[in-house]
Each structure stands twice: as C-alpha cells, then as structure tokens.
Design a protein around this ligand. Structure first.
Ligand SMILES: NC(=O)c1ccc[n+]([C@@H]2O[C@H](COP(=O)([O-])OP(=O)(O)OC[C@H]3O[C@@H](n4cnc5c(N)ncnc54)[C@H](OP(=O)(O)O)[C@@H]3O)[C@@H](O)[C@H]2O)c1
Length: 273
C-alpha cells in the first residue's frame, strides 16, 4: 500500500493515477475526502491522522504537511514504512541561506534522512501549473503582467514529476537519489504565453512590469510572504543572464521525452477559457 499525501493536488492526482495504472494499492489523503474526486480504486483517507496499516511507502508533498511532517514520519517509522519519496524543490540547491524556499525543503529532506527510511528527493524547478496564476487576466482579455521578459525558465509538466515519483515509489532505481527535474526547453514568458494563446485560440497579451510592481502583485496573493516573494523575484532576475537549462533527468529516469510547454498548454486549455 502506498500512501499519497497532497493527493488532490497538481502532482498528487497524477501520482495516484500512475500508481493505480501500475497495479499498486493506493491510500490517498485529503483534508476533505468527500470532495476529493479521486479514482474509485484508491482508498481515500483524512489527512489529519492518516491510517498507516499496511503502508510500505509514502509520497510526501510538503504543501500538505508543512506542519506535521515530523509527526507523520515518526508514525511511519513506528509502522515499519520502508520508503519516502519527497516532492522537494530545485531551490534546495541554492546556497543562499536566506532562501526561505530552500530552507523549508531542506528541513523536510533532513527529517526524512534522519528517519532512517529509504528516500528519494525529487527536486523539480518551476511548475508549469504556476502559469495558472495568469488565468484571470487571460480570461478577462487583460495583459499578463510579469517582470524580466527576457528570462528563460524550464517549466515542468506536473505529469512528468508524477512519473518520476511513481518510479521512485515502485522500483529501487532511485533510492538515495536527488534528481533535479525540469521541462525539456527553456522559454521566455512571452513565448509561454504565445503557446497558451495557440492552445486556447484566444489572443494572449504580455506586458513587462518592473520588479517593484511585480513584488507588490506577488505580496497581494493569499499566503505569500516577503521572504518567498523576494526569492521568486531574484530567481526571475537571474534567469535573464543565466537562463535555466533542461536537466534531462525526466528523460533519463522515465525513458520518455519530457512534456513540452505546448503540451502542457493543450492539456490545460480549458482552464484558461
Ligand atoms: N510550484 C512550484 O513551482 C514548485 C517548484 C518546486 C517544488 N514545489 C513543491 O511542490 C509543492 C506543491 O505541489 P502541488 O502543486 O502538487 O501541491 P498543491 O496542488 O498546491 O497542494 C497539494 C494538496 O495539498 C493539500 N493542501 C494544500 N494546502 C494545504 C495546507 N495548508 N494544509 C494542508 N493541506 C494542504 C490540498 O489537498 P486537500 O485540500 O485535499 O487536503 C492540495 O490539493 C510545493 O509546496 C513545493 O513543496 C513547487
């Protein structure tokens, strides 16, 4: 039995799908099992006190367990769980000690290492699903306002992260590995928006704004903290002079081409309409 935390999320839903497809038994967690809309073959349980009976491996999404990961890991060890696969972050590689995103993920990684269970730390960079933040502007026909138009990032499709996580859960190939995951191409924001425009058939406009305006916009989002906003803006600034490069890890691990941003936009065209 594989326990999937954050199972209703961007990545978790696909982890559940991949595992069921491979014939594994899945216990999927949610704070609201009644509205989780997960496949009938998955057992759905409340994330408050997840049942651990029969669990051999855990997919740990920090987003669902920023508070409570230590307790979850202690219970896992008590119940003889053998393996944890963490949805960590490429930010963990940032040597800057003020990078709040890195600090939070490294803390979870360290707790998992200290637990003595087998582990894999998947470390994706920017999710393509972050582009869903542009949904309201695109639906309204307003320009998408972003800084650093020339910056290039390698947004990754959530299905590719899930495919790597499933491999780490189901095989021994990735025990002790920290693969840094990316999409297969480095694109600018205007290029990404053009691809969303092609997928949706709607005109999508881009407007470059200053970093100060972008900071204000980020801080107006629910749950956004200053430390996180500053890191996100610094990474965007760095992507101008040091464009992200595809890591090739999705291809190496899954044996398939990584999904392009055009494929992501086609998969999510309805989200923008
Ligand atoms: N976005 C990026 O660019 C990026 C890059 C690198 C790494 N990451 C990592 O990926 C994580 C996000 O993954 P994701 O997009 O798949 O997650 P997500 O969709 O944001 O959330 C996953 C699930 O966690 C539960 N959840 C959300 N907020 C919660 C809270 N405050 N307390 C308890 N449960 C909560 C929700 O499920 P229920 O409502 O069903 O309980 C949600 O469906 C980040 O936190 C980070 O660790 C993200």
């Amino acid at each position: 039995m594989i326990l999937v935390t954050g199972a209703t999320g961007n990545v978790g839903r696909h982890v559940v799908g991949e595992l069921l497809c491979a014939g594994a038994k899945v216990r999927a967690l949610s704070r609201d099992p009644a509205s989780a809309r997960l496949p009938g073959e998955a057992e759905v349980a409340h994330s408050d006190e997840p049942p651990m009976d029969g669990v051999t491996a855990i997919f740990l999404n920090p987003a669902a367990f920023w508070n409570g990961a230590d307790d979850l890991l202690a219970r896992a060890v008590d119940h003889g769980v053998r393996r944890v696969v963490v949805l960590s972050s490429a930010a963990a590689l940032d040597p800057d000690p003020s990078n709040d995103i890195a600090v939070r993920h490294l803390r979870i990684e360290r707790a998992v290492e200290d637990s003595g269970m087998e582990w894999t730390f998947t470390r994706p960079g920017e999710f393509a699903t972050n582009a869903l933040a542009w949904r309201d502007a695109i639906r309204a026909g307003d320009p998408v306002r972003e800084p650093y138009a020339a910056g290039r990032t390698t947004m990754i499709h959530e299905r590719d992260i899930a495919a790597v996580a499933a491999k780490a859960l189901l095989t021994d190939d990735l025990v002790g590995a920290r693969p840094v995951l990316s999409g297969p191409e480095a694109l600018t924001r205007p290029e990404q928006l053009r691809l969303i425009g092609q997928a949706t058939g709607r005109p999508v406009r881009f407007e470059e704004i200053t970093p100060e305006e972008a900071r204000k916009e980020l801080l107006s989002r629910p749950y956004m903290r200053e430390g996180i906003a500053d890191v996100l803006l610094r990474l965007r600034a760095e992507s101008v002079d040091h464009p992200a490069e595809p890591t090739g890890e999705v291809e190496r691990i899954t044996g398939r081409s990584g999904r392009t941003f055009a494929e992501w936009a086609a998969d999510h065209a309805d989200d923008f309409c």
